[in-house]
Design a protein around this ligand. Sequence first.
Ligand SMILES: C[S@@+](CC[C@H](N)C(=O)[O-])C[C@H]1O[C@@H](n2cnc3c(N)ncnc32)[C@H](O)[C@@H]1O
Length: 366
Amino acid sequence: MTNLVTPENYQQLLDEKVTRTMALFNQFDVKELAIYPSPKTHYRMRAEFRIWHNGDDLHHIMFDKVNKKRIYINDFPVATKIINQAMQLIVPLIKYNHLLRYKLFQIDYLSTLSNQLLISLVYHKKLDDDWTTEANKLRTELIKKGLDVHIIGRASNQKICLEHDYIDEQLNILGKKYTYRQVENSFTQPNATINIAMLSWAINATKEFSGDLLELYCGNGNFSIALAQNFKRVLATEIAKSSVKAAQYNIAVNKIENLKIIRLSAEELTQAINNEREFNRLKGICLSDYQCNTVLVDPPRSGLDINTLKMIAKYQNIIYISCNPLTLQENLNYLTQTHHIQKMAFFDQFPYTDHLECAVVLYKTC
Ligand SMILES: C[S@@+](CC[C@H](N)C(=O)[O-])C[C@H]1O[C@@H](n2cnc3c(N)ncnc32)[C@H](O)[C@@H]1O
């Protein structure tokens, strides 16, 4: 952390970021704004490092964004304690093991509040049975040292999972416990405390809503599963196969009976709703049976394309979760022609950076 980026400066940095972000939305009539700070340390559930080989030594490194210089990362207060623990344990275990260290160039960590950990070792070489044997021994050593860990080996066109490629998160949201399967290399919210705040906010914001919910960009069912209690039925869609598979597991394990998740891109769903195209993946689902008063979108940084924007503008209530205030502002320029902003919230998903996660509830005015 540089001088400015310290927990002591957290509040000041957040205040400045909120002021800058709020300026983007001054043109809209925002009546209610809530701000949700992050824990100041150990908030990031995942971290990726390059590995630097220096003689016998191995180091986790990152590159300075400005001068591109190498930075040795000995401890990483941004990431969870379990990731920090694993970083300390793994280097001495692999640095004298030729099979595990040779051509290792990256280590990715994914952790959960339920204290599970997935480590991906990424190589510039083909991985074989001997590698798998050594990686299993490494896993056994890490388990002996108290880590609930899974290991994956990755190389070009190769992925070896020692047991499986996911971990199960457990979140307590407004007094209810939920299990969320998180798959390696698939989208999951990076700051679990902030995720709990977002899910709680969304549950409270939709408490009085009625009818069915349509959701786009649903990932592993993060919002759909928590929000299903507030709606008669939920239909959610997502493009990534691995996330949809995790979502199906999450529906079953959380015993959610009024939620269906279908693999469809936002563009495909828009075509289906506009009766422009039929999809086998929608067999058995009659879209016109759904009485969706509410639509929830949580798109990637690029925001919504114009056809999806036009499609969601037909709904009475819109919940828009955004990781990019600039594209949110652009999309709100369109949506506020038919809707007004009822409430807005900022979630500090990425402390000490310029990024702020925003959420908006819009009601139809005409
Ligand atoms: C910001 S993430 C949100 C995921 C989820 N709502 C959550 O809270 O974890 C965006 C999601 O959109 C998916 N996605 C990206 N492009 C898409 C598209 N064109 N259509 C549908 N989903 C898409 C990604 O795979 C990712 O899961």
